[in-house]
Design a protein around this ligand. Structure first.
Ligand code: FE2
Ligand code: FE2
Length: 303
């Protein structure tokens, strides 16, 4: 090798990382400069932070995939082979990933540890609940995807979609604080056990509030079992008192619970779930959210 020249192979974690819906790898760090590779699945949203007083620099090169930048001036598509760079944004810039994305990012000063920590934090939380609650395997991922699409249909802006994706993904994380015997009990729960079980939204919100970037998601998590007519828990909120994002999670959660209950009978389960949503629109569910959701899953004619 030529002196002073380094050849690296960066993807020791690539196999594992590719299976996750988001991952970031640090390729090179030198003084205040950092090169990272990001993989983000289609349908996800992310942002670049505002930093008008900041003297740094960020460069993004699209290796693979496409994304859309939303700003006050409208939407701009960014394709494979194109790049963006900035040295201080007056406001956060929001992106939607349209096709599975691989990005090379050069930034100064480094921000890798921040991004990495956020992703790891979320993965660890989600894993903890998937390990404990047998019923949630794959559920969190499906919920996140459907919730984002419903939120987009309802016109929620970038930051709220990002918080919605965290809230949906982590909606039942509080179940890790519910005793195993109750969580996976095969038979009916007693009244006392139900009381314990119904504490999971508040447990989850308390866990998320510990991280500043998950504080907005905590508001969604605490309200995901509130009902539109005020009959839900923990606070009996009604209508617009319930955050829109929580009303979305409630609809998507009910749908996924029914459709994954009988995976061997997908068509039947889907129509049963759609029927359930329509029947309870206006009582358990916000009718506007139900309509948006049905259009997302291609059942608008039934709305
Ligand atoms: Fe829940
Ligand atoms: Fe759920």
């Amino acid at each position: 090798m030529v002196k002073g020249l380094t050849l690296g192979k960066a993807d020791e974690d690539a196999q594992r990382a590719a299976k996750q819906s988001s991952s970031v790898e640090l390729l090179v760090q030198h003084r205040a400069l950092e090169v990272t590779r990001h993989r983000i699945a289609a349908g996800k949203h992310f942002y670049l932070d505002e930093a008008s007083e900041w003297s740094g620099f960020e460069f993004l090169y699209v290796i693979r995939g496409t994304l859309t930048l939303s700003s006050g001036e409208g939407k701009t598509a960014v394709h494979e082979g194109e790049y963006l760079h900035h040295h201080g944004l007056p406001e956060r810039a929001y992106f939607r990933v349209d096709e599975d994305l691989e990005l090379l990012m050069v930034s100064s000063p480094p921000s890798y540890h921040l991004v990495k920590d956020e992703i790891q934090e979320i993965m660890a939380l989600a894993r903890s609940v998937e390990e404990k609650d047998e019923a949630t395997e794959g559920h969190c991922h499906r919920l996140e995807r459907l919730a984002i699409r419903t939120g987009e249909r309802l016109g929620l802006p970038g930051q709220r979609l990002i918080d919605l994706s965290y809230g949906a993904y982590l909606h039942d994380v509080g179940k890790v604080r519910v005793p195993d015997g109750i969580l996976n009990k095969p038979g009916r729960l007693t009244d006392e056990e139900w009381v314990e079980m119904r504490r999971h939204p508040e447990h989850g919100a308390a866990m998320l509030r510990e991280k500043s970037f998950l504080r907005a998601a905590a508001q969604i998590v605490v309200s995901h079992h509130e009902n539109y007519d005020g009959s839900g828990y923990p606070h009996g909120l009604r209508g617009e008192e319930i955050p829109m994002e929580a009303r979305v999670v409630s609809v998507v959660d009910a749908y996924d619970a029914i459709t994954s209950e009988r995976p061997y009978q997908v068509a039947g389960a889907k129509s049963k779930a759609v029927q359930e949503l329509r029947l309870n629109a206006g009582t358990q569910f916000d009718p506007r959210v139900v309509r948006a959701f049905l259009s997302v899953i291609g059942e608008d004619e039934l709305a």
